[in-house]
Design a protein. Sequence first.
Length: 522
Amino acid sequence: MAELPPFANEPVLELRRAAVRAQLSDALARLDQQLPLSVPVMIGGDSRSGEELLSTDPGDPDRVIARCPRASESDVAEAVATARRARGDWGMRPAKERAAALLAAAQWLRERRLELAALEVRECAKPWREADSDVCEAIDFLEYYARGAIELDRGAALLQVPGERNELDYFPRGVAAVISPWNFPLAIACGMTAGALATGNTVVLKPAEQSPGCALPLVQALRAGGVPADALALLPGEGDAGAALVRHPDVATIVFTGSLPVGLEIVRAAAEPADGQREIKRVVAELGGKNCVIVDADADLDEAVPGIVSSAFAYAGQKCSAAARVLVHEAIADQLIERVAGAVRVLVVGHAQELETEVPPVIESSAQERVARYAELAASQGRIAVRVEPVPDRGWFCPPTVATDLPPDSPVLAEEIFGPLLAIDRVRDVEHACDVVDGLRFALTGGLFARDPATVRYVRRRTPVGNLYVNRGITGAMVGRQPFGGNRLSGTGSKAGGPDYLRQFVEPRAVSENTMRHGLVV
């Protein structure tokens, strides 16, 4: 492989151009003619179709996007056994060969980016801008981890002394179970899968039951790029398939993105060795957050208001990094609340395929019911500054809502809601705001709007969050630029899209050789 150019993020589409918008519309029309898609269980060279599970359009629940079988425990056993047999071949291939497969997969996705974005619009109700960014992020992960695998293969520098040679090399851990979410159906699934494959592990992918259609092209891309069929399985299914993967004794690494309760179940299950298990399972988990934006008295509100609103309501707040709370200095609280309410009042709530849509439906009816419960609680405990109504009655829509004056012990202020509901609190000063953030059990992302460099330095030292954004929105982490991952109960493991991520999938082995020995065979 020739020397790779430095990594650069995949550029997003310019949706302001009429020609680009027309291309997206054509891609959606082509997809609609193919629906519903058939997503099989894929193990090695075999595949099995079925119609036990359906994924539907959140904006039009009667429209079926994909049909797939429900992966069983026997499917899990077969997939892991196949992946275990394949790990020797794939793991022993040169890092440059594995990297080449990831780069070829990136090109496969690049050539189909319009169709893939259209699929996310339909299956996950991601507005066009969000869907296109998700495809770009998937490409970024493949490109970034391909380069990272080559770098990791060079080993680590150790102290050398006369008479001995010391080397530290990294080897794949074995079979990785990847359990991916629906909100970034291609990017997060791709990042977790690519990280494992780049380092020589084999993968069994269990996508979220809401988005099996988006997982299929990822597997197709990687296999087309050169990953052996035996090294990458696809198991569409429900939680029981994921649980069986977690428990399987031959799974060495579990990579999960999802809710805290499920993540804690995985950690507990992984801690109990099963019969025949020969190593401690490693869990890499991203588990969400309750993300706060601090606004100091000297903040530029022309920056703060759009940054807060986009972070809270883009994709209906269904990002683990989304803004959930604003902690604003009491001196400017009324002004900020008024301006945020005004900006939210004009948000465009609509179907994901409409280019002007800013707030689409949430993913399913249970999510709609959850958001509605928290909104009712906020109304009973505090004051609703704005609630955008009416919203479309077809699909799982939730009115964008801003709540204020909630009591400190309100669940709305502490629990992850994962929907278009933002709470605004008044604080005495930045120190008080940092005390609030420090009292939360989550520590994923956070934001600060302030002009004073001393304030920025203080918040950087005080905040426990994994990603702090200053004078900008708190969503939209870019691979290689803002490595993403949280602390406390927001997750465990190193940051996705960062320089340390691949080390989670390998085990180090040190070799020390005496170079002064006699009787060498020539």
